[in-house]
Design a binder for this molecule. Structure first.
Ligand code: SAH
Length: 216
């Protein structure tokens, strides 16, 4: 490993503290994941900068501050089963896997799914499974989940997903227009759902029935 990498990761953790990430478990999870492995080789020197990077097929790896915020909002416990929709590079799934019992991550593009699976297995994550699947309706066969994270933007809260939460379960999803969204958290209480908004985000569109129709 390039000797500068651990230093850059440490600088990133200090930056995340400065912008208000408070959960020490989340900071430790991010400190443990080598983000440079999840970005294309030509971008490795930018792996610890706080912006999204292209990962091919028109998709992006989310910026570290957004991964941190989403993970903090999800309040992941070590007993939790987590569903992520939009595996992309696999980075967010790796961060979640540091905290959860098990992470199912769904990706509609086979080439990205294959690359994510290879990275996660090379890094020794044995509590993550990457499935090639349209996740816009969640994964009913494996539901319910304590945590559902949508790593792509949806026009409104996908109701199929809220139904797949456990009691007390948390859904975190960027909601809004194609190019600008708000991070929304939905917490299930019985048949009721408590919604709150947590600042701006920019994600590629969720494709599918409860996402944006047609091609991204
Ligand atoms: N979490 C990723 C970033 C995701 S980018 C990371 O850490 O790198 C969003 C991803 O969602 C893209 O790879 C896109 O192909 C995928 N996606 C979009 N709509 C989807 C759907 N309906 N089901 C599964 N994956 C979807």
């Amino acid at each position: 490993m390039n000797a500068a990498v651990p230093v850059r990761r440490k600088v990133l953790i200090e930056y995340l503290r400065e912008i208000g990430i408070r959960d020490e478990r989340v900071l430790a999870a991010i400190a443990a994941v080598p983000r440079e492995i999840f970005v294309p080789a030509s971008f490795r020197h930018q792996a610890y900068e706080d912006y999204p990077l292209e990962i091919g097929e028109g998709q992006t790896i989310s910026q570290p501050s957004v991964v941190a915020r989403i993970t903090e909002l999800a309040a992941v416990d070590s007993r939790d089963r987590v569903l992520e929709i939009g595996a992309g590079s696999g980075y967010q799934a790796a961060v979640l896997a540091q905290l959860a019992r098990f992470v199912f991550t769904l990706e509609r593009l086979p080439r990205l799914a294959e690359a994510a699976r290879a990275r996660l297995s090379e890094l020794g994550y044995d509590n993550v499974s990457v499935q090639v699947m349209d996740g816009s309706l969640g994964w009913r066969a494996r539901a319910p989940f304590e945590v559902i994270i949508v790593s792509a933007a949806a026009p409104s809260i996908p109701r199929a997903l809220t139904e797949q939460l456990t009691e007390g379960g948390r859904l975190v999803v960027p909601i809004g227009e194609r190019r600008r969204q708000q991070l929304v958290r939905v917490v299930r209480h019985g048949d009721g759902f408590e919604e709150s908004s947590h600042g701006p985000a920019t994600f590629v569109p969720l494709v599918g029935r409860d996402g944006f129709q047609g091609q991204p």
